[in-house]
Ligand binder design. Structure first.
Ligand SMILES: [Zn+2]
Length: 134
């Protein structure tokens, strides 16, 4: 017989098997730049499972973080492979990369590979500001 733990506020996930599939589905889709589509079973699970439902914003946040860092690494990698669209220059904080937008190359994404060897998330920046970085 299962006794209820009255101390825990959140009810336990009644179906951890499907409960575990939801963050993976959300994370993989977002990391890939797509919007997650949950199966009917997952949607039904979120209707009944408060524990998983409360975690949904966190899962979205993690997926978005993964997508941003994947984007940064892709910009650095493409420069390494000789992609001439990517600009690169050493600045005092590390090495700065810039990928111009396809439609509007005066703006683009800036990535800093800093002196601690940490690659930051991309930031929107104008080409002019990139050129003015020191
Ligand atoms: Zn659940």
């Amino acid at each position: 017989m299962i006794s209820r733990n009255n101390l825990s506020r959140l009810p336990k996930c009644p179906d951890p098997k499907i409960g575990a599939k939801i963050p993976i589905t959300i994370g993989l889709a977002l990391a890939d730049g797509k919007s997650p589509s949950l199966s009917l079973a997952m949607q039904n699970h979120l209707e009944i499972c408060e524990s998983c439902r409360q975690n949904v914003p966190l899962w979205y946040e993690k997926g978005n973080i993964a997508r941003r860092s994947a984007k940064s690494y892709s910009i650095v990698n493409r420069w390494e492979r000789g992609d001439e669209r990517i600009l690169r220059k050493p600045i005092k904080d590390g090495i700065a990369y810039f990928e111009p937008n396809l439609d509007y190359p005066k703006k683009g994404l800036f990535v800093l590979w800093d002196t601690d060897n940490y690659i930051d998330d991309p930031e929107e920046m104008s080409l002019e500001s990139f050129q003015n970085l020191e």
